[in-house]
Design a protein around this ligand. Structure first.
Ligand SMILES: Nc1ncnc2c1ncn2[C@@H]1O[C@H](COP(=O)(O)OP(=O)(O)OP(=O)(O)O)[C@@H](O)[C@H]1O
Ligand SMILES: [Mg+2]
Length: 245
């Protein structure tokens, strides 16, 4: 492009808004959302998917309008990104790529699926959300929590969960459960599970720290016991939040 062409650009540089602040995190994305946003977190194999499905069923029997979503994924584009992220063949995936792909899938899920559902007053249950990126990429990979939160403000439009159920289980039990499930069901999305034990321990510690920092939102639930028993613990917490709104 020549200097003359630059001179005739229809927009003058000083008119561009370089200082628009990033969206501040707001519970449920702000006042206009009528629904409830609940996320499930916890280390691999801690029982998130099992408990999310049980909760969805129970909420529906109580007449609630519930949608379920899982991250990374949740949309057609998100599912394509998920396959890159979780394929055990992708060993060379670097930490920054992993971080940005997580948020790329999440941005699409927030815009296309979660915010519209909350606007309609539905209960959205998400199997993992930004807390996973905080602890896996921020803490586990050592990228730092601040960079993760900065990208979150762009990708999630300020959306944070109303409530986060964090399944608490020790790392060895979680990994053993995940391994059994993968063998039984022929699951191949094992790239994260295959990380070193030390990585999973950092992730676990990261979740405990999150629960300490935000005890109102992030509720630790003991993940040891029969699934029905754990579902009772989850229901005690969720039913209060759902009925208080
Ligand atoms: N309370 C429980 N006791 C024993 N086994 C359980 C319990 N809850 C779930 N499982 C089993 O443990 C395995 C892992 O559970 P689940 O897939 O729900 O965990 P997850 O947290 O979603 O794992 P991932 O992070 O890998 O998605 C599954 O085979 C599941 O059937
Ligand atoms: Mg799961």
């Amino acid at each position: 492009m020549s200097t003359t062409e630059v001179d005739v650009l229809p927009v003058r540089l000083e008119e561009l808004d370089f200082v628009t602040p990033l969206a501040e995190p707001r519970k449920n994305g702000g006042e206009r959302r009528r629904g409830v946003f609940i996320t499930f977190e916890g280390i691999d194999g801690s029982g998130k998917t099992t408990q999310l499905k049980m909760l969805a069923k129970k909420l529906r029997t109580h007449g609630h309008d519930v949608i379920e979503t899982a991250e990374p994924g949740g949309t057609a584009i998100g599912v394509q990104i998920r396959s890159i992220l979780l394929d055990s063949k992708n060993r060379e995936l670097c930490s920054a790529t992993e971080l940005l792909l997580m948020f790329a899938a999440r941005a699409q899920n927030v815009e296309e699926s979660i915010l519209p559902a909350l606007d309609m007053g539905r209960i959205v249950l998400s199997d993992r959300f930004t807390d996973s990126t905080v602890v896996y990429q921020g803490v586990g990979r050592g990228l730092g929590i601040e960079p993760v939160m900065t990208i979150s403000r762009i990708a999630c439009q300020g959306l944070t969960p109303d409530l986060t159920i964090c399944m608490n289980i020790d790392v060895n039990t979680g990994l053993a459960r995940a391994l059994t499930r993968d063998m039984d069901k022929g699951v191949t999305e094992t790239r994260m599970e295959e990380q070193a034990l030390e990585f999973h321990q950092k992730v676990h510690a990261g979740y405990l720290e999150l629960a300490k920092r935000e005890p109102e939102r992030v509720r630790l639930v003991d993940g040891v016991g029969e699934p029905e028993e754990i579902a009772g613990r989850v229901w005690d917490i969720v039913s209060r939040v759902v009925t208080s709104r």
